[in-house]
Design a protein around this ligand. Structure first.
Ligand code: CA2
Length: 149
């Protein structure tokens, strides 16, 4: 059994409460519940966090360095601004999957660049909250697969 971190950036606490045409109707609590169900089906433990503060996300990445096997991260707006989150992820050795609920490439050009993508092993965008499930499944697969496969 390995520990997977699911990290969420600013404003995602409002999921399901505002802008459902962009982010859907599920709340972050709904997403957390489905992530927990899937992780336990796959035989993994899950830490699920959201913060509006950049340093808290960095601290959780540091925590994952100590005891985490993989990270699924929706950095929200920090995706497009945070070299500090990229630097933290670069110190983490396990699989990292970046996810976006919306298709950032279909939106404003300032959402097209991601600092986090420089480290992510995979990026999922535009598949709604299902992206979280897919991200967890991918991390689980990567944990089973030796690095040089
Ligand atoms: O599509 C995504 O998941 C994003 O990471 C969401 C971020 C946005 O800045 C990124 O460009 C793409 C915004 C998160 C805000 O979440 C809200 C959810 C519901 C209502 C209002 C904001």
């Amino acid at each position: 059994m390995s520990l997977i971190y699911v990290l969420n950036g600013p404003n995602l606490n409002l999921l399901g409460k505002r802008q459902p045409h962009i982010y859907g109707h599920e709340t972050l609590a709904d997403v957390e519940a489905s992530c927990r169900r899937l992780a336990s089906e796959l035989g993994h433990e899950l830490r699920f966090h959201q913060s509006n503060r950049e340093y808290e996300i960095i601290d959780w990445i540091h925590e994952a360095r100590e005891n985490g096997a993989g990270i699924v991260i929706n950095p929200a707006a920090f995706t497009h601004t945070s070299l500090a989150i990229l630097d933290a992820l670069n110190t983490f050795e396990g699989p990292v999957i970046e996810i976006h609920i919306s298709n950032v490439h279909k939106r404003e050009s300032f959402r097209h660049h991601s600092f986090v993508s420089h480290r992510a092993d995979g990026v999922i965008a535009g598949l709604g909250t299902e992206g979280y499930q897919l991200g967890i499944r991918r991390v689980a697969t990567m944990l089973k697969t030796p690095k040089n496969d």
